[in-house]
Design a binder for this molecule. Structure first.
Ligand code: SME
Length: 162
């Protein structure tokens, strides 16, 4: 029998392959991002809400883009607010194992217990964020981090101008 770790690695590799297939579709960016949210939420049991926030300038703001999961009232998030706004301000990924411990948390559903936000950079600019919520406490680990970093790198291609 194969060791479990190899099975696991294989599964994440297949998921990434699936992501690349979605990204390579001949659709609009909007449609591809939505398809990607649906794919990730369906494929990965602990991803209960998957969405993109798009960066807007002057004043710097995150605007809700395509997503899959429960509707959220947080359609505009100023930089610095909540986990998404903080990640945008710091321009780095934020993994939150227990959202109840975040002081200015912007809750989109009382069922969400952990969250992972990864900024997306294209042509040297932060253009968007990928936000994943889970109904499981401490749901995200090293493999989610590696996987989602690879996902946003692939997604960045859709935003590049050159
Ligand atoms: N929880 C996020 C807001 C977005 S919703 O989860 C969809 C935050 O604190 O920034």
């Amino acid at each position: 029998m194969e060791p479990r770790a190899d099975d696991d690695r294989q599964r994440w590799a297949e998921r990434l392959f699936g992501v690349r297939q979605v990204i390579d579709r001949e659709d609009s960016r909007e449609e591809i991002l939505l398809a990607l949210c649906r794919f990730l939420r369906k494929e990965i049991g602990h991803y209960d809400w998957v969405g993109f926030y798009l960066v807007e300038g002057a004043p710097e703001m995150l605007r809700l883009g395509p997503y899959d999961g429960a509707p959220t009232r947080h359609v505009e998030i100023p930089f610095g607010q909540g986990v998404c706004g903080l990640a945008a301000e710091k321009r780095r990924a934020l993994m939150v194992p227990d959202v109840s411990r975040v002081v200015n948390y912007l809750s989109c559903s009382p069922r969400v217990q952990s969250e992972f936000v990864v900024p997306i950079f294209a042509d040297g600019e932060m253009v968007a964020e990928l936000d994943v919520d889970s109904h499981t406490l401490d749901a995200f680990g090293e493999q989610d981090k590696e996987f989602l970093e690879a996902v946003v790198e692939a997604v960045a291609e859709l935003f590049k101008k050159n």
